[in-house]
Design a protein around this ligand. Structure first.
Ligand SMILES: Cc1cc2nc3c(=O)[nH]c(=O)nc-3n(C[C@H](O)[C@H](O)[C@H](O)COP(=O)(O)O)c2cc1C
Length: 399
């Protein structure tokens, strides 16, 4: 796709991706649960948070480099895990992982990715995190975690907001299932997107490489998320998480926390970081937008471990706002995904470059020279809402 490098924003990359992808695949990436209140709320929370910039600061040189969960990063951003993205473009997981390594930020591989743990470690050696769902098949779960350890992943990310699949109605309407269940409607949809269809014919249907061979759940041929949900163990609880903490020897990150009391327990359990997240609005509709949940979590954590946040990050100013509310950094799912869908590795690289240059400009226009100087005082009405001395962004993580 020729015009990707001319795209000035993540939304433009999304438009390009939308034109390239069949509606059903685009909707799987883009959609949320039920009425999509939380999906939209993630965005509007950023839109309704206002920056009060400082003037007359020498910003001829600013630094975006920072610490992110115990390691160095070129900016306060990491890639969130996204499963099944090879259905949009062959090799998309590797494209994004390579783009992340080149950009100097951590990459998280989803357990339902279309690339294997070992492939990513080989193709994109860098700061790698492995995301695990808590599967019903405990032997498989242990096997995946052992593989991530053996392949040198520095962190294990446990997702705790998917005890069952969310009700993603766009997928229901589109009859989307993996493996793809062909219907006259989606065959027509696929035929109308020849570039995508050609890729599928040439490379064949991708598979969830890390789940290949796992005892399958009873499939729901017309519904993808209920099938994924049925692989997960709805009885997974704090005790089971403690067992993982006790067996995984490296950094443990808990993703999918919105409640301050849960964040407190994550600290007590001995995790190294928490991700405030509602799964990009794809699980519980009506759940609090992630940015809105962030200040209470930051207060509860009291600087003991870094707090990250994801959901709706599409602009460099979003990263600045999250950081000002006490996050050490943000994760992005769809921003890098739209880049990769638009133009593979180059597109993902371009998406990260857009976020980086927007963040740099936002810092300069706000009168901030270093990431560590982004403080709650930069936000309208929020300076007193979070305990600045407990701001997780300001303190090094404990191990
Ligand atoms: C297509 C897609 C697949 C996802 N797959 C996973 C997954 O396998 N594991 C997980 O923990 N989160 C998954 N998520 C949620 C993301 O990790 C992240 O929380 C969310 O995308 C953040 O919102 P954003 O897309 O607005 O940045 C997925 C999100 C999308 C859009």
């Amino acid at each position: 796709m020729r015009n990707v490098s001319l795209a000035h924003s993540i939304d433009t990359l999304r438009d390009i991706a939308r034109r390239r992808l069949p509606q059903a695949i685009f909707d799987y990436f883009d959609g949320g649960a039920d009425d999509e209140f939380t999906l939209n709320g993630n965005r509007s929370a950023f839109d309704s948070t206002w920056i009060v910039p400082r003037a007359l600061v020498d910003v001829s040189s600013v630094s975006l480099a920072c610490e992110l969960v115990g390691g160095a990063a070129s900016m306060p951003l990491a890639i969130a895990p996204t499963g099944g993205i090879g259905f949009g473009r062959k090799g998309a997981d590797i494209d994004i992982a390579r783009a992340a390594v080149a950009a100097g930020i951590p990459y998280t591989l989803s357990s339902s990715a279309t690339a294997s743990i070992e492939q990513i470690a080989e193709e994109a050696p860098g700061r790698l995190w492995f995301q695990a769902y808590m599967l019903r098949d405990k032997a498989w779960q242990a096997h995946l975690i052992e593989r991530a350890l053996a392949a040198g992943y520095e962190a294990l990310v446990i997702t705790v907001d998917l005890p069952v699949g969310g009700k993603r109605e766009r997928d229901f309407r589109n009859h989307l299932s993996f493996p793809i269940h062909f219907t006259p409607r989606n065959l027509f949809d696929f035929a109308m997107h020849p570039c995508w269809a050609y890729g599928l014919l040439r490379h064949g249907l991708p598979v969830a490489e890390n789940l290949r061979g796992m005892r399958p759940p009873e499939p729901d041929v017309a519904r993808i998320t209920p099938t994924l949900g049925r692989m997960c163990d709805p009885s997974f609880d704090w005790h089971a998480l403690q067992v993982i903490r006790d067996t995984w020897p490296r950094t443990l990150i808990v993703k999918g926390i919105l409640h301050a009391a849960d964040a407190e327990r994550v600290c007590e359990l001995g995790a190294q970081a928490v991700v405030v997240s509602n799964h990009g609005g794809r699980q519980l509709d009506g759940a609090l937008p992630a940015l809105r949940a962030l200040p209470a979590v930051v207060r509860a954590v009291r600087g003991r471990i870094p707090v990250l946040v994801d959901g709706g990050v599409r602009r460099g100013t979003d990263i600045l706002k999250a950081r000002a509310l006490g996050a050490q950094g943000v994760l992005t799912g769809r921003a890098a995904l739209w880049g990769a869908m638009a133009d593979g590795q180059d597109g993902a690289t371009h998406a990260l470059a857009i976020l980086r240059s927007e963040l740099e400009r936002a810092m300069q226009l706000s009168g901030v020279r270093a990431v560590a100087d982004i403080s709650p005082a930069l936000l309208h009405g929020n300076a007193n809402d979070i305990a600045i001395d407990g701001c997780s962004a300001c303190l090094p993580p404990k191990h």
